[in-house]
Design a protein around this ligand. Structure first.
Ligand code: FE2
Ligand code: FE2
Length: 191
């Protein structure tokens, strides 16, 4: 099959009705897609993988099922093993090796994009003027976006080989163009 972001979006929206989950997928897609461009990798393939990484979370909301029970569905739909393996590798509890740039990038963008999204929700202009400094400050407040695993944020940036501030700035910039799709306010709203 031809792996495209459109095809992946179809699969995602077939299994995921929750707006929050769709927004999470879009945020991770934007970040992973920007890294694909930067690294000269296959952008469609990377975007599709990012869109699908949590595609089964709505039907498999527990870690005894997500994402492992989603894999046969993707296989049935004709997605290649390379994509399925990358999807599976984002799950810490499966302890799979992250041995490709795509796997490392997906893991590094997953929790962080969620955290940046949370930072944007409490700011009048969303993520438009959000800087790494304020993201770092919020990372130090355990009660803020408590569901985001801080260790994963630090560890995954490290494994990707990027400096955390640069990584935060990069992911924030990647998410900015789709801020309204992510339900974030923009400068126009703040004015
Ligand atoms: Fe997940
Ligand atoms: Fe995720």
């Amino acid at each position: 099959m031809d792996v495209t972001r459109e095809r992946a979006w179809q699969t995602l929206t077939e299994y995921t009705q929750s707006e929050a989950l769709r927004r999470h997928a879009l945020a991770v897609e934007a970040s992973v897609g920007a890294y694909a461009q930067k690294l000269g990798e296959g952008e469609q393939f990377w975007r599709a993988t990012a869109l699908l990484h949590d595609f089964d979370y709505e039907i498999h909301p527990t870690l005894d099922k997500h994402p492992q029970d989603g894999a046969p569905i993707l296989r049935e739909q004709g997605y290649p093993e390379e994509l399925i393996e990358a999807v599976l590798s984002h799950a810490e509890h499966l302890s799979l090796p992250r041995d490709t740039p795509l796997k490392l990038t997906l893991f590094a963008c997953d929790e962080l994009s969620g955290f940046i999204h949370a930072c944007g929700l409490v700011r009048p202009d969303g993520i438009e003027t959000l800087e790494p400094k304020s993201v770092r400050k919020k990372l130090k407040q355990p009660s803020f976006a408590a569901g985001v695993n801080r260790d994963d944020v630090f560890k995954s940036a490290d494994e990707l080989g990027v400096e955390l501030d640069e990584h935060i700035a990069f992911v924030t910039a990647a998410m900015r163009p789709i801020a309204s799709e992510l339900g974030l306010r923009t400068q126009a709203d703040a004015a």
